[in-house]
Design a protein around this ligand. Structure first.
Ligand code: TPP
Length: 872
């Protein structure tokens, strides 16, 4: 094993180098102290600045300046007096701890397969409880809390004490199919009256919280949320230190600082462990995160040590305690967490005689009782208090804890603690004694939940605290006023087609959006979102029309200021231009798409992105959006594998509709014509805004220009349900016949193939416009299920209704992999041939690409003839 002193090159070491000449160092430090005393801090800062400049000139490497000592940021002298009843709070948190543990142990005793976590909540319990007792404000203008997912048990256990969940529900933790149980993690989809924000996938909680905080400022700056009513409102995000490894966790940090999000508090539970082992065994995750957050411009509050360390630091005149802390890597801190006072004395304190002297009057038990900051309500309160009062920057609290705190040698600090879900009676008894819980041996044996009597001081205190903070939390509400969707007739101009002019469906979309933005009621509620592709989609006219949101307005004269459609940033701008971060843009979209729930203010976001960089790039966020019951539009632009011609393999999307079909609340369409698009978007608005259905729309639009036809009479229902007969062949009924179906721009190849078949082969070809293979499949599956549940009934699905009396064979083509058109195979009443763009995209002209993949008119025609041949 390497010794710490050998680690000369580690970043951690560079922050804390050895001192080759302590005497000389102390002379410099004394001189500095004298300067501060005589001339003040400002002068000292000036001199430091000059010294740094000077060092730079001399090419002297500068030390990392983003790190502070391994100590609490809030000094004892700055600490506000703890306003609560510490004793009662400790008793309450012991009960919540027990109930959380009991849920997991009981679930796993009954069904060992069920899983569950004890150690994570054990480490974060005090961080949550201080929030619940003193900070988290409830109500419609209350705080929004993103809970660390695998600590959900503690939130349930507290809601049980509050009377919001019953024992039956706790006993059904992770057993949800009968509708009585509790979900594993925060899932609004599964517990829509309880959980607000899905955080189960690591990293998505932190990034969503950041963009939520920004969205709240956006709503206030645009005058949509009443600034006074929402003053002081906070977004709290609890995350694990291991979770900070996720790119999404860090992705929004600089935006949060840039926008001055002082309504945002991150609490990182630094128990120094993740699932497999230490987060930074050879370094310090807290110092590393301090550098990252500080460098990004956050206010960093380190909450490392409990009150019982105060006197040690006060007596640490020569800094030996601090030095010892600095030279200890996290792998060692973990061992100290897993061992007792005696071990800590021998291995940590006895290393230096000065340190030994510092703790000479402490027993091993005293040492054992030295708490880390995240386990001391007084210190937690001080850190939270500093965070909520800080202005101009977001705050991160780096709270040092022990994983499996209180689980003794069965779990605390153990490598395997994350997955510990069983505890024997001996371990339970130790836990009871450790937290002074009034449990009989029988209670232990049965792992009974604990709930003090309603009149007990604990329960009175708990309710009083929550009443003072506006009620209980988390609570999810979906009560929001409906917004009127414009009727279809409002879009008559777009429904009439392009009168022969060539236009892409992207352009039709942008025209519709521009019109919507002018609607008196709905207009202000539209949230256009882009990730640096507005010009790609021809949306730049919106920059001037409604402005780009910027917290500080526009501090420069834009280069194009003398043009009509200049690049306009404004404090009340409506567009969220996120820059090149699909994850950030998606998080903004989620905030807007769930605003009806989080703020009782329905908004209608349209996030337009390169279709390949949607489901493929940020699919997990889209999944989280579905979980969050998002309502809004995702516009997959420049869609299709052959329609986006020159961009090649990484850009060409042939699969997003397949993925979209796997998300139940995602209603996806791939229309060919602008009129179809308008019908779809109008219907989406009606469903989401008026009917308030918890669905969202994914609609692909293309950049291929062609004449847009007017809306075919009577096509509305078919467009919405997924297909309609666009063109019935005029050839006589006795001619051989084929049914051709197509979606997206490939429908135009299908139409051309029909002409070829009729003109060159005398084959009658009926042409179907398929706007959504995925909706057709859903309808088919639903009908099948209904028919199964109703023996004797034979409901026909939409595909069956459409093809009834229409002899095949049936040929379908799309710009996506064959599997998309295959989604409806079961209900096609004859030979069904699907053509698609399986394989990798590549660069070429549209015509060449379509020939290459076999989705052009010639291939469709050939496939039809071959199928007819096989049918005889
Ligand atoms: C995207 C994703 N990957 C993996 C997991 C599985 N997982 C759940 S908890 C966990 C470890 C979390 O460690 P940390 O964030 O340090 O939290 P702690 O439990 O230590 O408080 C992992 C890997 C997940 N939930 N999400």
């Amino acid at each position: 094993m390497k010794k710490f002193s050998d680690l000369g090159s580690s970043a951690f070491w560079r922050v804390n180098p050895k001192d080759p000449d302590p005497l000389e160092t102390s002379e410099w430090l004394d001189a500095f102290d004298a300067l501060v005393a005589a001339e003040g801090r400002e002068r000292a800062t000036y001199l430091l600045r000059r010294l740094l400049e000077h060092a730079r000139k001399r090419r002297v490497q500068l030390p990392p300046v983003m790190n502070t000592p391994y100590q609490n940021t809030v000094a004892l002298a700055q600490q506000r007096q703890f306003p609560g009843n510490l004793e009662i709070e400790q008793r309450l948190s012991a009960i919540v701890r027990w109930n959380a543990l009991a849920m997991v142990v009981r679930a796993n005793r009954a069904f060992p397969e069920l899983g569950g976590h004890i150690a994570s909540y054990a480490s974060t319990a005090d961080l949550f409880e201080v929030g619940f007792n003193h900070f988290f404000r409830a109500g419609r203008a209350g705080d929004l809390v993103y809970f660390q997912p695998h600590s959900a048990t503690g939130v349930y256990a507290r809601a049980f004490l509050e009377g919001r969940l019953d024992e039956e529900q706790l006993a059904h933790y992770r057993r949800e199919t009968d509708g009585r149980g509790l979900s594993s993690y925060p899932h609004p989809r599964l517990m829509p009256d309880f959980w607000q924000f899905p955080t189960g996938s690591m990293g998505l909680g932190p990034i969503q919280a950041i963009y939520q905080a920004r969205f709240m400022k956006y709503l206030a700056d645009r005058g949509i949320l009443d600034r006074d009513a929402h003053r002081g409102r906070k977004v709290w995000a609890f995350a694990g230190d291991g979770e900070m490894d996720e790119p999404e966790s860090l992705a929004g940090l600089s935006m949060a600082a840039r926008e001055g999000l002082d309504n945002l508090v991150f609490v990182v539970n630094c128990n120094l462990q993740r699932l497999d082992g230490p987060v930074r065994g050879n370094g310090s995750i807290i110092q590393e995160l301090e550098g990252l957050f500080g460098g990004a411009g956050w206010n960093v509050v380190k909450l490392l040590w409990g009150s019982d360390w105060d006197s040690l630091f006060a007596r640490d005149d020569d800094g030996v305690l601090l030095q010892r802390l600095h030279e200890t890597v996290d792998g060692e801190f973990q061992t100290y967490a897993a061992t007792d006072g005696r071990f800590n004395r021998e291995h940590f304190f006895n290393k230096y005689p000065e340190l030994q002297a510092l703790i000479a009057n402490m027993s091993d038990d005293d040492i054992d009782r030295l708490r880390r900051g995240g386990h001391d309500p007084v210190k937690i309160h001080a850190a939270y208090d500093a965070a909520v009062r800080h202005r101009g920057q977001p705050t991160v609290i780096l709270a040092q804890t022990k994983k499996g705190y209180g689980m003794g040698h069965w779990g605390q600090g153990k490598m395997t603690t994350h997955q510990q879900k069983k505890l024997d009676t001996e371990a339970l008894a130790a836990f009871r004694d450790r937290f002074a819980l009034a449990l009989s041996d029988d209670d232990l044996e049965e792992v009974r939940f604990v709930k003090p009597a309603a009149e007990s001081p604990e329960m009175k205190y708990l309710h009083a605290r929550r009443q003072a903070l506006g009620g209980y939390l988390p609570v999810r509400s979906s009560a929001a006023p409906p917004l009127p969707a414009p009727p279809l007739a409002a879009f008559a101009r777009l429904l009439d087609g392009s009168q022969g002019r060539e236009q892409s469906t992207t352009m039709v979309f942008v025209n519709l959006l521009a019109q919507l933005l002018k609607e008196p009621t709905l207009g202000p509620r539209i949230v256009p979102i882009v990730a640096d592709e507005a010009r790609t989609f021809g949306m730049q006219s919106l920059f001037r029309q409604v402005g780009i949101y910027s917290a500080v307005g526009q501090l420069y004269e834009p280069e194009d200021h003398d043009e009509l459609l200049y690049y306009k940033e404004a404090n009340d701008g409506q567009i969220l231009e996120e820059g090149i971060t699909e994850a950030g843009a998606m998080s903004s979209w989620i905030a807007a798409a769930t605003s009806y729930s989080a703020h009782a203010v329905p908004m209608l976001p349209f996030y337009a992105f390169y279709s390949m960089f949607g489901f493929q790039r940020v699919g997990d966020l889209i999944w989280a959006a579905a979980d969050a019951r998002a309502r809004g539009f995702l516009i997959g632009a420049t869609a299709g594998r052959t329609t986006l011609a020159g961009e090649g393999l990484q850009h060409q999307d042939g699969s997003s509709h397949l993925v979209a079909s796997t998300i139940q609340s995602c209603v996806a369409y791939d229309p060919c014509f602008g009129c179809e698009l308008v019908v779809i978007l109008q219907d989406g608005m009606r469903r989401m805004l008026e009917a308030q259905e918890d669905v969202f729309y994914y609609v692909t639009v293309m950049n291929e220009n062609y004449a847009q036809p007017p809306l075919p009479a009577g096509s509305g229902e078919g467009i919405r349900r997924g297909m309609y007969l666009l063109r019935a062949s005029a050839l006589p009924a006795e001619q051989p016949r084929v049914q051709l179906a197509g979606s997206g721009t490939i429908l135009r190849e299908v139409l051309a193939a029909a002409d070829l078949l009729e003109q060159e082969h005398g084959v009658a070809a009926d042409v179907w416009s398929v706007t959504s293979f995925t909706e057709l499949r859903r309808d088919g599956l639903e009908c099948e299920r209904w028919n199964r549940d109703h023996p004797g009934a034979a409901r026909a699905c939409w595909v069956e209704q459409c093809f009834d009396g229409r002899p095949g064979p049936y040929i379908a083509a799309s710009d996506y992999v064959c599997a998309v058109a295959d989604l409806i195979r079961t209900w096609v009443p004859g030979r069904y041939v699907t053509l698609g763009t399986d394989g990798y995209g590549r660069s070429d002209t549209r015509a060449n690409l379509r020939a290459h993949f076999g989705v052009d008119r010639a291939h469709i025609c050939a496939a039809a003839l071959a199928a007819m041949g096989e049918e005889g």
